[in-house]
Design a protein. Structure first.
Length: 228
């Protein structure tokens, strides 16, 4: 990844969240306190103001700015996302490949679990983040590029988010509403899925990825012709 691609990742994430904000707010009204959509939208707006200019952007500086915006937000979810983004920023400081991203996501997951005590099955953002982290770690072993790795993480995160529909809440406000939460997706988990989906989409659409694919395609064709 480079700075421009990471800025595109954030832009797509922000747009995706905006398109889903009403639905996410409704989810939180049914199984939470109803302020999730407003808080995350405010965090995204603050993050956008803090973003570096494209010529100065690096993956680490972009995630650092996003972290700053989220940490300055009220409620519980904003600061948790902010600490997650800060761990990713720290991991990307020295390198910006899939290995570094994987370490950052794993570190962010560990930080969230350390602070909140949530685990998979508790109906929180961890239900999407944990499988996404596992998928990223698995991709580093196959030497795939960032776009492919993020697509695998996005698919795992989406499956994890969808699993929360059948769960009873064990953390936060959802733990008080009991059966009323069943049948409703956890908005934090859905937002994690949106985050990884935005990253995969941004990298697939980037000029760098297109150039790599253009270089690889003729080589693959020649290899196939030689084999035949």
């Amino acid at each position: 990844m480079n700075g421009t691609e990471t800025l595109a990742w954030f832009a797509r994430f922000s747009e995706s969240f905006a398109s889903q904000q009403s639905a996410l707010t409704d989810m939180d009204r049914l199984a939470g306190d109803g302020d999730f959509g407003t808080n995350i939208a405010s965090a995204l707006a603050r993050a956008e103001e803090a973003l570096p200019q494209p010529d100065d952007a690096t993956p680490s500086s972009v995630f650092r700015a996003v972290s700053t915006g989220f940490l300055a937000t009220g409620g519980t979810s904003g600061p948790l996302f902010g600490m997650f983004f800060r761990e990713v920023a720290n991991a990307l400081r020295e390198a910006s490949d899939v290995d570094a991203l994987s370490r950052g996501v794993a570190s962010g997951l560990a930080r969230i679990q350390q602070l909140g005590g949530a685990k998979v099955g508790d109906r929180t953002m961890v239900d999407a983040l944990a499988p996404a982290s596992e998928a990223l770690t698995a991709q580093t072993e196959g030497e795939r590029d960032a776009a492919q790795a993020l697509r695998s993480a996005a698919e795992a995160a989406r499956a994890g988010a969808e699993s929360t529909e059948a769960l009873l809440g064990s953390r936060g406000r959802a733990s008080y509403v009991g059966e009323l939460a069943r049948g409703v997706l956890d908005p934090g988990a859905v937002t994690i899925a949106l985050f990884f989906e935005a990253g995969a989409d941004a990298l697939v659409a980037s000029p760098l990825t297109a150039a790599i694919e253009a270089d690889v395609a003729p080589t693959a064709e020649r290899s196939a012709a030689t084999t035949a």
